[in-house]
Design a binder for this molecule. Structure first.
Ligand SMILES: [Zn+2]
Length: 146
């Protein structure tokens, strides 16, 4: 996975399953259709612990090598994608689809209990919350005493 997608993720563990078909449509344009499924780990904005986000998106793209004119007709449910007229790594296409699919703000449906849990309206104050367990020096202190 490239850095662009990883910026949104808590970690990069996981697999992406794709089931794509590459066929020409009735106007001889290349199309990509199928499904992308994966589970990503993001940070919950409410309790700041990892949350697993299941992604299962349908992909239906008509590939153009330059910006299509507005008169280009697309099959229902298909979207245009503009790609340079040279090989494009499949992972780039998958990444694009995942970036579109991931939520902007990830949240647990029900957060696990967490002493630092914030109410939604307090999220902006999260930076100011004292978190003693996050102090790297508390660990050093323990080590030096043992
Ligand atoms: Zn949560």
């Amino acid at each position: 996975m490239s850095e662009h997608l990883c910026d949104s993720l808590y970690d990069t563990v996981g697999h992406v399953q794709i089931n794509w078909q590459f066929i020409l449509d009735d106007k001889q344009r290349p199309t990509i259709s199928g499904q992308v499924q994966t589970q990503l780990h993001m940070l919950c904005h409410r309790c700041l612990t990892p949350v697993t986000i299941s992604i299962n998106v349908k992909v239906a793209l008509v590939v153009f090598t330059e910006e299509p004119s507005q008169y280009e007709e697309l099959l229902p449910d298909y979207e245009a994608i503009v790609l340079p007229n040279k090989p494009v790594p499949l992972s780039n296409l998958i990444e694009n689809e995942l970036i579109l699919a991931i939520p902007i703000v990830a949240k647990h449906e029900v957060c696990p209990s967490n002493e630092f849990q914030m109410q939604d309206e307090d999220i902006e104050d999260v930076e100011d919350v004292d978190k003693p367990s996050d102090n790297p020096f508390s660990m050093l202190e323990k080590l030096s005493k043992s």
